[in-house]
Design a protein around this ligand. Sequence first.
Ligand SMILES: [Zn+2]
Length: 331
Amino acid sequence: MIIEERPEKNQGASWWSDRSKKLLADQKNSWPLLKENYQNLENVIEREFEFDGFTVRVQSNQARIISSSADVRAEAIRSRKCFLCRENFPLEQNGLSYNKQVFILANPYPIFPEHLTISKSKHIPQTIIGNFAEFLEISRILGKHYTVFYNGPKCGSSAPDHMHFQAGTKNLIPVEFEFDKMVQRLSRAVVSNGKIEARFFEDHLRYFITLESRNKGELLFAFKTFINSFKKISVPHDEPLLNIISSYQEDIWRVIIFPRGKHRPDQYSLEGSKQLLISPAAVDMGGLFITPRKEDFEKITKDDIVNIYKQVTVTKEYFEYLRKKIGEIFI
Ligand SMILES: [Zn+2]
């Protein structure tokens, strides 16, 4: 059932965030699968690995096996019923309709104590190109309680045929709660024109770029510059591989972009004891590794984390190119 509620004129900017929180609470009571998966999440265990000035956490989460091992090849996608299309929703699933074009839904396979899927009402392919403005808008309206993230169609999304974002409890991804600490260690300072700030992280095992601004137009322009530059050095016709995490606080967006070299590390397809079923997406790039198999959770080492990041991040040459192109905005 899609709930057609919207804020009254005098209701504040946090209405959608509060209302989504209530949706999730209601769904935990009315949808047995959801209730069970959230109860299991309460007993989830995590390990923490200390690096030089930042941490990476590993979460043991068996419910995520469906997502992590999803067969995202075109023929497999075509032959399954799309779980983000309204006609295929489980009977118990309710959603909020935002602008008639987007549904806010409870995610039944949570990583966070509160985990939402934000899905287009129409079945259209996953892409950030043309959808970044909506991504910013969703991260603003949900910003009070949630951080919003995006996984590219070939980079962690388990429904590459149906446009969607996800949102999770704010400040639970290491890159969010350690942001200030990580910024202090940056070897090169921020670039800024007074309206937008860009930072380039290169000393944290994986490369990433952050854009911060209270001005949506500035963010759109910077992102366009980034994506057009990244396209030039990526496989033609495909969206460049990337994940994005965005949060909104005190009227300011913070967008964290992870340009990627590849989706799954070699360990994913090794056999026997050498295999690690880890399929990195936005959350993993943000410093929270999800391991759906207990054996992987137990055996993963610090060296594995270093090695996996090294395989799936972009090369230093590509990162320098992106830095140069984005930097040109500020000249
Ligand atoms: Zn669909």
